[in-house]
Structure formats: structure tokens, C-alpha cells
Write a protein that binds this ligand. Structure first.
Ligand SMILES: Nc1ncnc2c1ncn2[C@@H]1O[C@H](COP(=O)(O)OP(=O)(O)OP(=O)(O)O)[C@@H](O)[C@H]1O
Ligand SMILES: [Mg+2]
Length: 387
């Protein structure tokens, strides 16, 4: 490998998926593990943007993440094809706005809002991972369209609902490859959002921008998943980027001021029932649009899930709503039911559905499942004797 060189000046903005194709081409032309920095230098692009492209390629199985450190990727049999054309039709993104030419460019405030992405698209949307998303109704429109409109007018949205109801799926369907996700938890630090100094192989240190800064610079959507698990003080670093100023000062990097490019948007997910999730007033007041997400049982039926499993889930959800029990299977568990039934048969799927319930609700869930499937009793899956 050549000695680290100063990063070349970034070139103009690329079209949707273009950088990903260039990265795929680089990998295909350079057999063996390649580092993000090396590719970024060769393409004269930011390491953050190249890192995202690599993550997406790996997520689509169009490149392989090489096990171990440092993080490296290599081409696989699908990489050359990925260099030529995008694999799946991606959801349309807002019309690209002209990018400020350089650091000296005026702040994009107030920025011309990106145009609404498309006429209301009610048909299925393919997520970047290849899964198909069936849009649901929200405010009289397809949910993906609503989110794109909120982005166009910079209205931060908070999706609130139990695990497995479709929050992440909706956001990925709405924004496709234009998304940078932070999986929030109690250990998330400000450095995890804005970036930190990291040692280069030659011993020097470079400041590597975090997902918040990358999303701001690249005009992307920042998805704060499980945002309410992140400490309020840490979350507060995103607020100046979300309000009228649309800029942040990175204290850890010589007070650098980062201005948000057009298209930058913040959306968050929140599971109210998860231990440690705190929806502070400061957070709630920033997310002007808050949407409740629950399992759509009609969708579950459309996805060909056994109606008896759906009935059990529905009954349990009604009891959960009345405060009688604390848990009910959501769409994720229903999809898992269908999958296990396909692989291991109905009995195993029924037993598993009963077994995944939290201990305190196990009896109620086993009873509801037994009733829906016309069984006397249902026992969780358990290992038996030596065969
Ligand atoms: N509208 C939809 N069309 C098709 N599949 C969907 C839809 N909504 C959700 N799913 C499927 O349901 C499962 C759970 O969805 P998802 O992971 O988005 O839930 P979540 O609310 O983000 O959960 P968590 O809070 O645990 O992150 C996934 O397998 C997803 O593909
Ligand atoms: Mg999720």
C-alpha cells in the first residue's frame, strides 16, 4: 500500500448510487481486502461516504466484510455486477439541490426545501436490504410519502411503537440509500455522533467524522434508532442541527462548524416499553411530528401468516392494551412464526410462539396460542432426550 496521502479535494456531488458503483468497481479491480481510507483516497471522496457505500454493498451481499480488524472489504462474485447497475429499484429521493461549492460557501440557511419526492406511491417499496415493504396508510397517504414530505420541509419525525412493528422498515423504505442509522443505547457518546480522533497506521491521528456530521455534510437522513435510550446530554448535540440554524460546532475538532447540506433530516425511533427509554421534554418538543406504530394485522394476513397465529396475537394485544398483560406478539414474531412453520412444521412454530413470551406473560400467551390453534396445551420448544 502506498504511504497515506493528503485526501484529495472532494469532487462534485454524485448521483444516487453512483459512489456505490464506483466503490464496487474499485473493489472488483483490486482483488483482496481493501481499506476504506485507501478507496476514499483513490476516488477522492470522503472516508465517511465511502464507508457508507461499503456498508450498503455488504448489506446487499455485493461485497464481503473481511473478518477482523482493521475494517476491510473485498469483492465477491456479485461485486462486478454492482459496479454496473443498481440491483433493486430504490425509492425516489428528493430532487438534489446544488451543493455549496466549498467551505466558504454561504450557510444553507434557510435552505430551499427538497421537493416532495414523488407522487403518492402506494405500491410496494424495495428496501436497501432487498426486503419488500408494503406501505401503510398515514394521514390519508402512503406512509413513505408522508415521511418524504416531512423531510422536504424539515419536520423531524419520531416513530413510537413496540419492537417489531415496522419502524425501521418504514424509514428504510422511505429513504433507501439516503439513510445513515445510529443504533442508540445507554452507552452512546457524543463522539459516536460527531466523530473522534483515530490513529492512522503511520501513527498520526485523524479526526473521523461521525454519522451526524456525515449526514449533515452529505445531505442525508440520520435515523436515531432507539433514540430514547441515548442519554439526553448526548442527544442534545443533534439539536442545533435540527433547529433553524442547521449547524453544529464540533468542539472535539477545533470547534469546526458543520453546516447541514440540503436534504439533511433527522428521524428517530422509540420503544416506550423498553427498560431505560426516557422521552424527555427536550426530545419530544424537537420531534414535531410523532407517529404511533403498531402491528397491522391486515398486513400480516396479506403476508400470508396463519390466521390462527394472527388471532392469538390480536387477542393478546387487546389484553395488553387493557393493561392485563405486558406483551403481545408483533409483526416480527408473526413473520418468525410463518418462517419456523415452513422450516420445522406447525407444531414447532406454535411451541416457539409460546416460548418467546417474557416469563411473566408466558402462561397467558401459551393459553391464547393453544386456544387459537384448538390445542389443549402448548409447551415452549425445549431440548429432549439424547437421540
Ligand atoms: N409494511 C411492511 N411491509 C412488509 N414487511 C414489514 C412491514 N413492516 C414491518 N415489516 C417486517 O416486520 C419485521 C419487523 O419490522 P421492523 O424491524 O421494522 O420493526 P421495528 O419497529 O423497527 O422493531 P424494533 O423496535 O425492534 O427495531 C421486519 O421483518 C420487517 O421486514
Ligand atoms: Mg427497528
Amino acid at each position: 500500500m502506498t504511504a497515506p496521502a493528503a485526501p484529495a479535494a472532494p469532487k462534485g456531488r454524485l448521483g444516487n448510487g453512483q459512489l456505490r458503483r464506483q466503490v464496487a468497481e474499485y473493489l472488483a479491480d483490486h482483488p483482496g481486502p481493501c481499506k476504506t481510507g485507501e478507496i476514499a483516497r483513490a476516488l477522492a471522496r470522503s472516508a465517511g461516504a465511502v464507508g457508507n457505500a461499503l456498508t450498503t454493498l455488504a448489506g446487499r451481499a455485493e461485497a464481503d466484510l473481511v473478518p477482523g480488524k482493521p475494517i476491510r472489504y473485498q469483492a465477491n462474485s456479485a461485486t462486478a455486477a454492482a459496479a454496473i447497475a443498481p440491483k433493486a429499484p430504490l425509492p425516489p429521493k428528493p430532487a438534489p439541490a446544488p451543493r455549496p461549492a466549498a467551505a466558504a460557501a454561504p450557510a444553507p440557511v434557510p435552505s430551499p426545501a427538497p421537493k416532495p419526492a414523488s407522487p403518492a406511491a402506494a405500491g410496494p417499496v424495495t428496501r436497501p436490504n432487498g426486503q419488500v415493504y408494503q406501505p401503510r396508510a398515514l394521514a390519508g397517504m402512503p406512509d413513505v410519502e408522508v415521511l418524504r414530505r416531512l423531510r422536504a420541509d424539515s419536520v423531524p419525525a419520531l416513530l413510537e411503537g413496540p419492537p417489531g412493528t415496522g419502524k425501521t422498515s418504514l424509514i428504510e423504505a422511505a429513504f433507501g440509500d439516503d439513510l445513515i442509522t445510529v443504533a442508540g443505547d445507554g452507552d452512546t457518546t457524543a463522539a459516536d455522533l460527531v466523530g473522534e480522533y483515530t490513529q492512522n497506521p503511520d501513527g498520526t491521528f485523524a479526526f473521523i467524522y461521525g454519522p451526524l456530521v456525515r449526514a449533515m455534510q452529505e445531505g442525508k437522513v440520520l435515523f436515531l434508532d432507539d433514540a430514547t435510550l441515548i442519554s439526553p446530554a448526548v442527544l442534545a448535540v443533534t439539536y442545533p442541527a435540527m433547529d433553524g440554524r442547521r449547524e453544529i460546532t464540533v468542539k472535539a475538532h477545533k470547534g469546526e462548524v458543520i453546516k447541514a447540506a440540503d436534504g439533511f433530516y433527522v428521524v428517530a425511533g422509540h420503544n416506550p416499553g423498553v427498560h431505560g427509554a426516557i422521552l424527555t421534554e427536550a426530545l419530544s418538543s424537537r420531534f414535531s411530528c410523532q407517529v404511533k406504530v403498531s402491528t397491522d394485522y391486515d398486513l400480516a394476513r396479506a403476508l400470508k401468516i396463519d390466521p390462527r397465529a394472527i388471532k392469538a396475537a390480536r387477542d393478546l394485544a387487546a389484553r395488553q392494551a387493557s393493561g392485563e398483560i405486558g406483551w403481545a406478539p408483533q409483526l416480527r414474531e408473526l413473520l418468525a412464526f410463518a418462517k419456523i412453520a415452513r422450516i420445522l412444521g406447525e407444531d414447532a412454530a406454535i411451541a416457539n410462539l409460546a416460548g418467546i413470551a417474557p416469563a411473566e406473560d408466558a402462561d397467558a400467551v401459551a393459553e391464547a396460542v393453544a386456544k387459537a390453534f384448538g390445542r389443549k396445551t402448548v409447551a415452549p420448544l425445549a431440548l429432549g432426550r439424547q437421540l
